[in-house]
Design a protein around this ligand. Structure first.
Ligand code: NAD
Length: 444
């Protein structure tokens, strides 16, 4: 796919194209990789394979609707493709390509032997019944055919997909390939179907370990641990709700949270996290919990706090609101929540950002552990999974901080070469994939 990498879409002052943003982040990192050959830069700039499909599904009322689905494989140098399946109205080819690319760097950074992939269907999952979601999933997986598989491309959950969706994916693939151990075709499955202990909260737990490690090593004055820190979380789904629970158990005060319907802030002290969970379960939103103040998602982002955890959509912190952020540290539980222009504003203001490819890599890490267990027909104890996850997150954080600390001495005075944690993480990841590409040799 030969795309024009024009600097601006022309639709808004800030270029919010996921594809352009992904390319900008890559380009910033390559400025630190002088030895990286142009041939490899070109190779990494484009996805290896893009599948775009549309298919009909019969709805509950008997009508037929056509849906658009995508599955993108960005790079397979490290191993088979790995990446989530997203069901959201904004899913399009550009977004899926950008997220697949991100997965390549994420897997390389945490050293799991997978390449980058991503998929999704453009649909409003919240407005669909379970039966409709099941038919969309089954039909989409059938359309993908042998382009997914235990050793080719392995889906996982993402926004508005969950363990149930993964169970349907497994079952559909298994119907098409009877008589084989097909469990490793998908991760994030229900526990009783070969899911891994610890997968459910792995992304949030990874965020926690990365944050704890960073704070223990970091230069943020007066912020040496999570104890007593004030934390704000945007998004209260699979990642955000577990982040609230785990950060609060680790001693932080969760002072505000939100979902697609709005946010709530505590009146004093921290929110009662089990009460927020119960309210969300009962009412489908966090909004309205007694003894809290209702706020908008914009208010939420600009709350006075120590740590802000975006755990919802991309492009939430942009050029037009980056200067309102009062957090000292942003932990990117979501994928691509901060635009490059906002990155610059925040870095300039001394706000630290633990980037998505590090902060939310706990999910793919435990997905990898699930895949290993499925291949071996084993089930590991939860403590083993969490211990392995913590070790991986600590190592990855150390690698990023080590690279980041070496930047200032490498950067010529007056240069605009960026020296933020995202660029450091990208440099580490790109170096690894580039090295392995050359060790394998270019086929034939
Ligand atoms: P989810 O569907 O379980 O939850 C999404 C949450 O975001 C919901 O609470 C929803 O109400 C909220 N939301 C949607 N639109 C919003 C808006 N405009 N403002 C505020 N909140 C909004 O999804 P998830 O699995 O928790 O994923 C969240 C983010 O984390 C995504 O960016 C995803 O790519 C990323 N991520 C997820 C995983 C994983 O294991 N699930 C792994 C890595 C990264």
């Amino acid at each position: 796919m030969q795309k024009q990498l024009s600097p601006d879409t022309g639709c808004s002052d800030e270029d919010l194209s996921p594809y352009h943003i992904s390319h900008q982040q890559f380009e910033r990192a390559t400025r630190h990789l002088e030895g990286l050959k142009q041939g490899l830069i070109d190779f990494f700039s484009y996805p290896k394979r893009v599948i775009s499909t549309c298919f009909p599904v019969e709805m509950d009322d008997g009508s037929v609707q056509t849906f658009h689905g995508y599955r993108v494989l960005h790079n397979t140098v490290l191993g088979p493709g790995k990446g989530g399946m997203r069901f959201h109205p904004c899913v399009d080819e550009d977004e899926v390509v950008a997220l697949a690319t991100l997965m390549t760097w994420k897997c390389a950074l945490v050293k799991v032997p997978f390449g980058g992939a991503k998929g999704g269907v453009a649909c409003d999952a919240k407005a669909l019944s379970q039966g409709e979601l099941r038919r969309i999933t089954r039909r989409f997986i059938t359309e993908l055919g042998d382009n997914i598989g235990p050793h080719t491309d392995i889906p996982a959950p993402d926004m508005y997909t969950n363990a149930q969706t993964m169970a349907w994916i497994y079952d559909t693939y298994d119907m098409m390939h009877p008589g084989k151990n097909n469990r490793p075709v998908v991760t994030g499955k229900p526990l009783e179907m070969g899911g891994s202990p610890g997968r459910e909260d792995a992304t949030a737990r990874g965020c926690l370990y990365v944050t704890e490690r960073f704070l223990s090593l970091s230069p943020i004055e007066g912020l040496g641990s999570l104890q007593g820190t004030r934390v704000v979380i945007q998004g209260y789904g699979q990642v955000g709700s577990f982040a609230a629970r785990l950060f609060s158990e680790a001693g932080a005060q969760i002072i505000a949270v939100s979902d697609s319907q709005g946010g709530i802030a505590s009146l004093n002290g921290g929110l009662d996290v089990p009460a927020v969970e119960a309210w969300k379960r009962e009412h489908g939103t966090v909004v309205g919990l007694p003894e809290t103040r209702t706020i908008t998602n914009q208010d939420l982002l600009s709350q006075e706090c120590d740590i802000l955890i975006p755990a919802a959509l991309g492009n939430q912190i942009k050029a037009d609101n980056a200067d309102q952020i009062k957090a000292r540290l942003i932990v990117e539980a979501a994928n691509r929540p901060i635009t490059p222009e906002a990155d610059d504003i925040l870095t300039e203001r001394g706000v630290y950002i633990l980037p998505d490819i590090l902060a939310n890599a706990g999910g793919v890490t435990v997905s990898y552990y699930e895949w290993v267990q499925n291949n071996e027909n084993q089930e590991w104890p939860l403590e083993d999974v969490n211990r392995k996850l913590r070790d991986k997150m600590f190592h990855a954080t150390d690698a990023v901080i080590d690279r980041w600390r070496r930047f200032p001495s490498e950067t010529p005075e007056g240069s605009d070469i960026r020296t933020d944690l995202r660029t450091a993480a990208m440099v580490v990841a790109i170096e690894r994939v580039a090295h392995l590409t050359l060790v394998r040799g270019i086929w034939p």
